[in-house]
Design a protein around this ligand. Structure first.
Ligand code: NI
Length: 171
């Protein structure tokens, strides 16, 4: 396993649309392991391959509660097949360090995907896990949560991001 660099905004590779993985092989499993290690080290609750500059439809997450055991989840070629309800959630993103924003998401989603063995799976998720799935799958389509904000809020969040980055460089 290896730590990999997480791309940050405005790296244009974050805007790429990822392609389906044709075969879940050892290269994909190595990518999944690297993504999980990178996510835990950050630390974060989710990571998309797009954020490492790899244009494949692979996401990882771990949305356990603070005291829970690690429960890593890797989704390959995931598709949301059903959604219901609406929820406002304050989200952060490893590609936008230092800022967060409230984003409207579906409260529940059903997702179909391949697991790390290439087996088809179906998962029903609610609240944090549902939000996390939607956030990470957005990355695979070249979207950051910024794209779900109104123009003014997007601008304010990016100004705050620039300030946070300037401070990080200065300190
Ligand atoms: Ni993100």
């Amino acid at each position: 396993m290896a730590l990999r660099e997480v791309l940050t905004w405005p790296d244009q590779r974050l805007l790429e649309v990822a392609a389906d993985v044709p075969l879940v092989d050892d290269a994909v499993r190595t990518l999944i392991d690297d993504m999980l290690e990178t996510m835990y080290a950050a630390p974060g609750v989710g990571l998309a391959a797009t954020q490492l500059g790899v244009p494949w439809r692979v996401v990882v997450m771990d949305c356990r509660d603070a005291e829970g055991e690690r429960s890593p989840l890797a989704l390959v070629n995931a598709r949301i097949v059903d959604r219901a309800g609406t929820v406002l959630w304050r989200e952060g993103c490893l590609s936008l360090p230092g800022v967060t924003a409230e984003i409207e998401r579906s409260e529940r989603v059903t997702v179909e995907y391949l697991d790390r063995d290439g087996e088809p799976q179906r998962l029903e998720a609610i609240n944090l896990l549902a939000v996390c799935i939607q956030h990470e799958l957005d990355h695979l389509d070249g979207h950051l949560y910024l794209d779900r904000l109104g123009l003014l809020e997007r601008k304010a969040t990016l100004l705050e991001y620039d300030d946070a980055r300037a401070e990080a460089v200065a300190s």
